[in-house]
Design a protein around this ligand. Structure first.
Ligand code: CP
Length: 294
């Protein structure tokens, strides 16, 4: 997407937010292939599909599907694609080559989180949420705190920041930081918070680390605690893509602060995904709008 495509997408999402229900696609189906666990992404895509009149066909994890019997991910996708859904929404780990699937199938695919490669709709909804609070995103400084190395959300923000012109910096223990990065890195949360206009806390992904990381140590050094909250600027927005480890990357009380947009992210996510699903059903969507590139 170009910068103008993203702006068109955001204004399209706003239309959906203001006119809630639009049953445009009754009789069509949207296939959900969630090979990894999800709450927010799956259910907000599902809400978005239903609001558009797309009937969701849901495969969620191994249980009750033939994945349990050893069917491959690729065969699963090919079989479901043969049922002619209007769009595929896929969440998977590294085992699937999503680029290859995209080349083989002639059905629009939305990436709902792919290994450590990216989670583009999450990055888009984060920025869409901020765009409702700030006049411009250009030059805005976003501090991402946590396990950046394994974060598909951080990977997608890296791409989107280049398109929209916001600044990114990473903050966390050295072992969580990418080695080659052009972004600023902060080993001190205090210094990072002094730099940022927005702070995004990431879930500590304990399952991805061979060393046992002490949750209590992480909170002490990098947790957005009640004490640190008092040092934030008056409009320093707080984001978290979820799910949250309460008392680790942030204290529960932070969620009640007026600067926390965590549940607004989820809410804006539905209209953003409604707009994306609608765009998949209109191949020339961007071309038909002035300034769009595709
Ligand atoms: N943000 C996000 O991807 O949450 P889920 O894993 O619950 O979908």
């Amino acid at each position: 997407m170009s910068n103008s495509d993203v702006n068109i997408l955001f204004s399209h999402a706003l239309n959906f937010r203001e006119n809630k229900i639009d049953l445009k696609y009754q009789g069509r189906t949207a296939a959900f292939l969630f090979f990894e666990a999800s709450t927010r992404t799956r259910m907000s895509f599902e809400a978005a599909a239903v609001q558009l009149g797309l009937h969701p066909l849901i495969l969620s994890g191994k249980t009750s599907s033939s994945l349990e019997k050893g069917e491959t991910l690729e065969d699963t996708i090919l079989n479901i694609a043969s049922m002619s859904p209007s769009v595929l929404i896929i969440r998977s780990g590294e085992a699937l080559n999503l680029n290859l699937v995209n080349k083989i199938l002639n059905i629009p695919i939305l990436n709902a989180g792919w290994g450590c490669h990216g989670h583009p709709t999450q990055a888009l909804l984060d920025i869409y949420t901020l765009s409702q609070k700030m006049n411009t995103l250009k030059g805005v400084k976003i501090l991402i705190v946590g396990d950046v190395l394994h974060s598909r959300v951080a990977a997608s923000h890296q791409e989107l920041s280049k398109i929209l012109g916001y600044e990114l910096a990473w903050c966390g223990p050295e072992s969580f930081m990418p080695k080659d990065t052009e972004n600023k890195k902060f080993n001190s949360l205090e210094e990072g918070l002094a730099w940022g206009d927005v702070v995004m806390c990431l879930r500590l992904q304990a399952e991805r680390h061979s060393e046992v990381y002490q949750f209590e140590n992480y909170r002490k050094d990098f947790g957005l605690t009640k004490n640190r909250l008092s040092n934030l600027k008056s409009e320093q927005w707080i984001l978290h893509p979820g799910p949250i480890n309460h008392g680790v990357e942030l204290d529960s009380i932070v969620l009640n602060d007026s600067r926390s947009l965590v549940l607004e992210q989820v809410s804006y996510g539905v209209s953003l995904r409604q707009a994306l699903l609608d765009i998949t059903q209109n191949p020339n969507f961007f071309e038909l709008r002035e300034g769009g590139s595709k």
